[in-house]
Design a protein around this ligand. Structure first.
Ligand code: GAP
Length: 470
């Protein structure tokens, strides 16, 4: 288990899960790259989410909308006017702080308060004699809180054009806006009618004031979002169903119920009429419960706003009741990188073995493990063993993400696979070649990550054995 965010970050780099971005240029703050195992784990999380949210629900479809959208999208959605954080700068050490997070350390909840109220609270704090200071250098020379937009700007068109109001485009701050803009397309091009959902996975960008907690909060990240469109009378029922379904999903993939909880928002984002977070207790963040997913009742805010700004009719006429209404939205919004951190935090275990030694194991649910099977020849310098092991590797790699390893002794190779969470290690030995016992010819040992028990299985049955276990 990692008892600090720095430890999990250095482990993730050393094991090939996550690297800091642009490291050879001295890193690029708040942005990360994913290595081989991190990419595979991310893919597996996406597949698990699509299976649960889309594949098992005939009333939900998947789309993939563009990152760039018409700039008016963000005016209509309220992001240009409201999507910001309160920023305070330290005039001495030049550090930037989020005012609401700073106030948290004084026991004050300033979440989503307007800037004027935050400055009022600070003035009152100081008047009571509290020393309101920079947590990094201790200076009391701080700027008042000011609005800091989280929207990331870019420009399209001629590369020589200046970044003006006319040519500015925004990198999307949440993927769901692409869903609202395609609501009518999906309605017109599929047989779906409300209630139905649209899901999508993709990149989102936010100019976070502080992005210091590894992949927990970054400036470029991925979301897995599902927007469920329904009649206003159905919202309460669907909201309750999605809350249940989503928390159960984390449990299905190995997070125990005690490490998960709901947090009800009192102060709401500009679009929400009801909001809960699913929080996970991060061991690497001091055992604190932190948001991993947002569940929001967004009412008809999004479709009504886009209808108002675009002129498009985004209502639905129910042919049975003849009622025309704007569908209301129930949203589930998951941060893919953030849940990847949660699953790593949850799975990493250090075990003490009977011989007193320890081993690090990533006890991921097998379906999430980046590599499902590792294949080893018992010895590296025996060409017959290596050739047979490569043959076995080709067979398993046809069906499962696999790895071939002939480096170091078998014990070390097992440990390497334990550390990245590989459920099965297959070893090709002299018995596989039938050298001492003809009955064992074309059989291999298969070792289970969690029990460390080994079984002898015929090569012919390997696929079935692994398939059944996963
Ligand atoms: N469409 C609603 C929406 O975007 P949100 O609560 O702002 O709601 C949803 O974000 C989820 O996205 C969060 O629960 C978190 O998991 C993830 N997320 C948000 N900002 C993030 C960031 N800067 N870095 C990583 N993940 C982030």
């Amino acid at each position: 288990m990692f008892n600090s965010i720095d430890k999990i970050a250095s482990w993730a780099k050393a094991e090939g899960f996550i690297y800091p971005s642009s490291e050879i240029y001295g890193k690029f703050a708040g942005v990360y790259d994913y290595g081989f195992y991190g990419t595979l784990l991310k893919n597996n999380l996406q597949n698990a989410w699509v299976k649960s949210v889309v594949q098992k629900n005939s009333d939900i479809v998947l789309i993939d909308s563009a990152i760039f959208m018409h700039p008016t999208t963000w005016k209509a959605s309220g992001h240009i006017d409201c999507f910001d954080d309160p920023q305070i700068d330290c005039k001495k050490c030049k550090a930037r702080h989020r005012a609401d997070i700073l106030l948290e350390t004084y026991g004050i909840n300033a979440d989503k308060l307007p800037i004027s109220e935050i400055n009022q609270i600070i003035t009152e704090l100081k008047a009571k004699g509290t020393v309101f200071k920079c947590p990094l250098c201790g200076s009391t020379d701080l700027t008042p809180a000011k609005r800091f937009s989280l929207m990331v700007k870019s420009n399209l068109g001629s590369p020589t054009d200046a970044l003006t109001e006319e040519n500015v485009v925004y990198l999307r701050a949440e993927t769901c806006q692409g869903i609202y803009l395609n609501f009518k397309n999906v309605l017109d091009s599929t047989r779906l009618k409300p209630p139905f959902g649209i899901a999508q996975i993709g990149k989102a960008f936010r100019n976070e004031i502080i992005a210091r907690q590894f992949v927990f909060r970054t400036r470029e990240f991925e979301q897995m979002e599902m927007q469920y469109f329904c009649h206003p009378d159905l919202v309460a029922k669907k909201y309750a169903e999605w809350k249940n379904a989503r928390i159960e999903w984390y449990q299905e993939y190995g997070i125990s119920p005690e490490k998960l909880r709901f947090y009800k928002h009192i102060k709401l984002a500009h679009y929400a009429s009801e909001a809960y977070d699913i929080e996970y207790q991060f061991y690497c963040l001091g055992n604190e419960f932190k948001e991993i997913e947002g569940l929001h009742a967004r009412g008809d805010w999004d479709l009504s706003q886009h209808s108002k700004f675009s002129g498009a009719n985004l209502t639905y006429l129910d042919p049975k009741t003849n009622e025309r209404y704007t569908p209301n939205v129930v949203e589930s919004s998951v941060g893919l990188n953030r849940i990847l951190l949660a699953f790593l935090d949850n799975a990493h275990t250090t075990e003490t073995l009977e011989n007193g030694q320890t081993r690090d194991v990533l006890k991921l649910d097998y379906r999430l493990s980046p590599i499902k099977v590792a294949v080893f020849p018992l010895l590296k310098n025996k060409p017959d063993l290596v050739a047979k092991a490569q043959e076995v590797y080709s067979i398993v790699a046809e069906n499962f993400m696999s790895e071939f390893d002939d480096n170091g002794n078998i014990g070390k190779r097992y440990r390497r696979q334990d550390e990245i969470g590989t459920p099965f290690c297959v070893t090709v030995d002299f018995d596989t070649l039938g050298e001492s016992n003809a009955e064992l010819k074309d059989t291999v040992t298969i070792r289970n990550r969690d029990t460390m028990q080994q079984e002898r299985v015929s090569i012919e049955k390997l696929k079935e054995y692994i398939q059944n276990s996963i």
